[in-house]
Design a protein around this ligand. Sequence first.
Ligand SMILES: N[C@@H](CSCCS(N)(=O)=O)C(=O)O
Ligand SMILES: [Mn+2]
Ligand SMILES: [Mn+2]
Ligand SMILES: [Mn+2]
Length: 320
Amino acid sequence: CQSRAHSVAVLGAPFSKGQKRGGVENGPKAIRDAGLIERLSHLDYPVHDFGDLSFQHLEKDEPYMHVPFPRTVGRANKLLSGAVSNAVGAGHTTIMLGGDHSLAIGSVEGHAKQRPDLCLIWVDAHADINTPFTSPSGNLHGQSVAFMLKELQNKMPELPGFSWVKPFLSAKDLVYIGLRDVDPGEYDILKDLGVQYFTMRDIDRLGIQRVMEVTFDHLLSRKQRPIHLSFDIDAMDPSLAPATGTPVNGGLTYREGIWITEEIHNTGLLSVMDLVEVNPDLGASREAVESTASMAVDVIASALGQTREGERTASRTHSF
Ligand SMILES: N[C@@H](CSCCS(N)(=O)=O)C(=O)O
Ligand SMILES: [Mn+2]
Ligand SMILES: [Mn+2]
Ligand SMILES: [Mn+2]
C-alpha cells in the first residue's frame, strides 16, 4: 500500500472576505457536520483537529481600486500562513477547510516557508490568477495565484495588507486541472508564462488518467517533492457540488474528481490540501448543501488514502 500520511491536521478557516457572497465562512462547519473527522479516523492514522482559526474583521478597510477588504484578507492570510507553517513543521499532513479561495495565499505561502520546493496542483473551474488590474470583479478569491508567482511580481500593485507576501512560486511548479471559466486577462497570463493547464475539454480529449500522468511527469520527473493540492469544490460538476459561490456547468464527474485525489495520494507526496468554496448558504435545499459537503469529505478522504477497492483487515493475532 502506498505510504500513509504520518498524522493529519485539520484546520478550519471560516473566512469569506475574498468574495462578496455570505455563507462561505460556514464551510468548515458544513464539512465537519458531514462527518469529516469520523471518516478520516477510519484511515488509521492520528487525526488532530486544530479547530477553526478566528479572523479579525478590520473596521477601516477601504477598497483598493475595485478590490474589497484588502487589509482584512491580507491579515487573515498572514494568520493562516503561520498556522499552516506550524502544522507542516510539526510533521502533519495538513487539511485546510475554507472559506473562500483567497485563503490559498496564506495556505501555500505558509507551506512554502517549510517546504520551498513544493509544487502546486490547482483543481478548479477557475484559474484564480487575475491581478487587481485584470480582475473583472476585484474579488481576491480570483487573484490568489497572482500573489504567489515570481514571474508576476512586476505586474502586481502594492496592495495594502499584503506587504508580508513575497512571491515564492515559479510558473513551472504549477498545474491547473478542471478549467472552464478563464478571464481574458488570466488567459494572457497563462499563455505568457507557459503555465501547464488542463481544461475540461483537455480532460475529455485525454481522459483523467493521462491528465494525471502528464501532471506528475511535469511536476515530479526531475525530482520528487511535496505536493500542495488546492481543491476548489466548484471544480466538481454543479450537479455534485451546487452549494458554492461561482458554479460553472460541465465540471468533473465524481469519478474524475476521486481519480485525481487517489492518484495524488498514491504519490505519497501530499503535504497540504485546501478544500475551499463550500457555501452552505447557497444550497437550494438541505440535500444540496449535504451533497456538496459530502462531496468535499469524499475528495479529502480519498486524497488521504480512502480507497474504492477496499483493503485488508488490520493484521490480527489469532489466539485459539
Ligand atoms: N474569474 C472571476 C471569478 S473567480 C472565482 C473564484 S473561485 N475561488 O474559483 O471561486 C473573477 O476573478 O472574478
Ligand atoms: Mn478557486
Ligand atoms: Mn472556482
Ligand atoms: Mn493508501
